[in-house]
Design a protein. Structure first.
Length: 209
């Protein structure tokens, strides 16, 4: 169906209103706070009108999660995205990225959890544009890994970046979600620093042996 400009404009405004409402709902209560009737009431439309603007609520979750990734990227950008000049600089950069991540997760827990709690319905692929947003964030890690292991192939370095993130994420989850025990944020930051420094030094050592 081809929309006339006026109709398309109304559709875009409704989509923006619904996305903003979904963003507030997720920020307050996570994915469990996302209810079609409440979204419609906040956006000022009928429940059925939601599906004139978006295919389903999953589309709204992807839109909100993309905004969360963008907010996180803004913080990572403040730490720089150019490759550091030395191994020590690269390790320091990786530590700062890890600390940015845990600080954001601690301050925005429902939004952070929504990044990992959302699972599309069976048979539905994750949108390419959303995957591109995720890959761009890993680039901040890959730049430092290129300094620590300059001879590593790019595809293996990309995999290594994801492995390093998985290690950081695991520690953050265990600490913030109290899976094993309560860990105060300052202690959690300290543990992340120790872990990332140890991994960084190990990777640097591998490249010279």
């Amino acid at each position: 169906m081809v929309y006339e400009p006026k109709t398309a404009g109304r559709r875009d405004k409704l989509r923006e209103a619904l996305t903003a409402a979904a963003e507030r709902a997720i920020a307050a209560k996570g994915l469990t706070g996302l209810k079609a009737r409440a979204l419609a009431a906040e956006a000022g439309c009928a429940v059925g009108a939601i599906y004139n603007a978006v295919a389903d609520l999953d589309e709204l979750v992807f839109a909100v999660n993309a905004r969360t990734l963008a907010a996180l990227e803004n913080l990572l950008t403040a730490e720089g995205n150019e490759a550091p000049g030395s191994c020590a600089d690269a390790i320091g950069h990786l530590v700062r990225l890890a600390l940015v991540y845990v600080d954001y997760a601690a301050a925005n827990r429902p939004r952070w959890r929504a990044l990992f709690d959302h699972h599309p319905p069976a048979g539905r692929d994750i949108p390419d544009w959303y995957m591109a947003d995720q890959h761009r964030l890993f680039g901040y890690v890959e730049g430092s890994l290129a300094v620590l292991q300059p001879d590593t192939a790019r595809d293996r370095r990309a995999l290594l970046a994801r492995s390093l993130f998985s290690a950081v994420h695991g520690i953050v989850v265990l600490g913030l979600e109290e899976k094993l025990q309560y860990i105060p944020l300052p202690v959690l930051r300290e543990q992340l620093t120790l872990m990332v420094e140890a991994m960084g030094k190990g990777l640097a050592q591998q490249s010279v042996t």
